[in-house]
Design a protein around this ligand. Structure first.
Ligand code: BES
Ligand code: ZN
Length: 591
């Protein structure tokens, strides 16, 4: 197995197979008290089991049915935490660890009632990817190491706990809930949420959890969940995790979505009210195959998770809403990618534009960029375009089933695809620029060129707009979110105040309830000193936790006149609402 430099585990000596987790969630002390019992397999010569931990306090550790044993912590590493070495014996089958989490465990976000939509109850949710699972469960926190789990979790009576496992659909009177995940998963897919949420079914195997005030809106927005699963299955094989549910989390959730198995965690910013942002759900659903079933072996191979997932996401959207729709997504993302490539070049970070990354000693978070997602997507699409869909789809389907429940790294992938095309089609993969895509910076010359008729019309409109000619503004009434996004992204950088007002009247951007549109517009208002939007900006920065939206806004503020002071002032108010990963980003940006 390839070496994972972000974990202290030594699986060749002793590795985990199953976790039994018994936990009590205590909102008052902001800690989880738990016993983690690991069923392990070890090499007969091994006398230690090494686990990853970060900030955990160990009460005691025993082996099998309660035999005392010794353990030691290594010196803390700021990024990776503290390796926990536990003495084991040749007959050790189980290791029982009684421990508690730290109140500032990085994977855990404890929300006060005011930070939820309902404002009555506290909320807790986890975010384990990439290397934060170790801050709430002592584990072998490496994507190449899989295990099954079951759990018994005790929570306050008026709250419902949910995990990346079989889930309850309503509260019970005991406050104790049982969970099972019978398919082996890596630690970064361990997840827990505890809050006042209710469930609504969308179909037999799909449903939505949300705070009661958001449940109606959420289940309306996700009406197509079942169709997405059916569409995905028709492309690349049966859905392997039984149920597919989505939970809409409070605003501070720092991502768009997180593919926790059986239960996607989602940002409330996707509730646009018109179902226009649901490709995010297609994305998290696609991870049920790319990522959760076939998993990147190390974070240097992250593009295998995300590139495949964006490709699959676009195919699901095409299946449900047509080629035109999917091509809009592709055109929009290619523009983002090109901008990211320019930024990386300007910042002397061109090395990070290779698909295969080198994150040794760095936070895997630094690999979460358009490169893994969008360059990865276009690489796979370039193969599809060269050999045709029929061949490529058969390949992807077999890639998932041949490698199910195991880890894949970039080098294994290259061997697999070459062998597949050779043995199934008698084709030698050439002229693909495979190595250039994977190991070189920038974009190879065979990058596909998506075309969207709808967005071309927006471009024609923009041309008139920019030349001062009066275009027919009534066309805006027909535009979908993606057309508006394309319009905003392609306006000139500098717009005078009079024109800003005309624009605002045209698109009603300042009052938009769509977070994607709001973000692009607010960037423009900062750049062009359009102060009518100032209070909207402040309110948006305080009430949104999704890093993707916050980053461009703080960056733009930093560039503008007096913007640094303003950014720092708003950040002081907003910071208590942000998740650890967002605080991490903005503490560095605003230091
Ligand atoms: N798995 C990622 C989120 C992630 C990646 C969390 C790395 C921590 C470390 C998830 O599937 C994702 O990609 N989310 C995107 C949405 C998507 C539509 C591109 C996001 O959160 O913006
Ligand atoms: Zn993803």
């Amino acid at each position: 197995m390839p070496v994972d430099l972000h974990s202290f585990a030594i699986p060749e000596e002793a590795r985990v197979r199953h976790l039994r987790w018994k936990a009590t969630v205590d909102f008052r002390s902001r800690t989880i008290h738990a016993t983690a019992t690991w069923e392990i397999e070890s090499n007969t010569l091994a006398d230690t089991l090494v686990l990853d931990t970060k900030g955990l306090t160990i009460d005691h550790i025993t082996l099998n049915d309660n035999q005392p044993t010794g353990f030691r912590f290594a010196e803390p590493d700021a990024l990776l935490g503290e390796a926990l070495t536990i003495m084991i014996r040749p007959d050790t089958k189980r290791v029982n660890i009684v421990y508690q989490t730290s109140p500032d465990a990085e994977a855990l976000q404890w929300l006060q009632p005011q930070q939820t939509s309902g404002k009555q109850h506290p909320f807790l949710f986890t975010q384990s990817q990439a290397i934060l699972a170790r801050s709430w469960i002592p584990c072998q926190d490496s994507p190449g190491i899989r295990f099954t789990y079951d759990a018994d979790v005790q929570v306050p009576e008026d709250l419902l706990p949910l995990m990346s496992a079989s889930n309850p659909q309503r509260k019970n009177s005991t406050g104790v809930y049982h969970f099972e995940m019978q398919q082996p998963i890596p630690a970064y897919l361990l997840a827990l949420s505890v809050g006042d949420v209710s469930f609504q079914a969308v179909s037999e195997r799909c449903g939505v959890y949300a705070e009661p005030v958001a449940l109606e809106r959420a289940s309306w927005e996700f009406q197509d969940l079942e169709n997405m699963v059916i569409g995905a299955e028709s492309l690349y094989g049966a859905y392997p995790w039984e149920r597919y549910d989505v939970i809409v989390l409070p605003h501070s959730f720092p991502f768009g979505g997180m593919e926790n198995p059986r239960l996607t965690f989602a940002t409330p910013t996707i509730l646009a009210g018109d179902r226009s942002l649901t490709s995010l759900i297609a994305h998290e659903l696609a991870h049920s195959w790319s990522g959760n079933l076939v998993t990147n072996a190390t974070w240097d191979d992250f593009w295998l998770n995300e590139g495949f997932t964006v490709y699959f996401e676009h195919r699901i959207m095409e299946k449900l809403y047509g080629r035109d729709y999917a091509e809009m997504l592709a055109v929009l993302s290619l523009q983002d990618l090109n901008e990211t490539l320019l930024t990386f070049k300007a910042e002397n970070k061109e090395q990070d534009t290779c698909l295969k990354l080198h994150l040794e000693g760095r936070n895997p978070d630094e690999g979460v960029t358009d490169i893994a997602y969008i360059k990865g997507y276009f690489f796979l699409r370039s193969i599809e375009e060269k050999y045709g869909r029929a061949k490529f789809d058969a390949f992807v389907k077999d890639y998932f089933s041949d490698n199910a429940f195991s880890a894949m790294n970039t080098e294994k992938f290259i061997v697999y695809i070459k062998k597949y095309f050779q043995s199934h089609y008698r084709l030698v993969l050439e002229d693909l620029k495979l190595n250039e895509w994977i190991y070189d910076t920038g974009l190879p010359s065979n990058c596909p060129n998506p075309v969207s008729g709808k967005l071309k019309k927006v471009e024609a409109f923009l041309e008139k707009w920019n030349s001062g000619e009066k275009p027919d503004v009534s066309v805006g009434r027909e535009w979908s979110t993606h057309e508006w996004l394309h319009f905003l992204k392609n306006l000139p950088e500098v717009v005078n105040l009079e024109q800003m007002e005309v624009l605002d009247n045209f698109g009603n951007f300042t009052s938009s309830g769509n977070a994607e549109i709001t973000t692009l517009w607010l960037v423009m208002t900062i750049r062009n000193q359009y102060h009518q939007a100032d209070s909207k900006l402040e309110q948006f920065l305080i009430n949104t936790g999704r890093r993707k939206f916050l980053i461009p806004l703080y960056r733009e503020l930093l560039k503008s006149a007096n913007g640094r002071d303003r950014a720092i002032e708003i950040y002081a108010k907003a910071r208590p609402n942000y998740h650890f990963v967002a605080r991490n980003t903005f503490d560095a940006l605003l230091k």
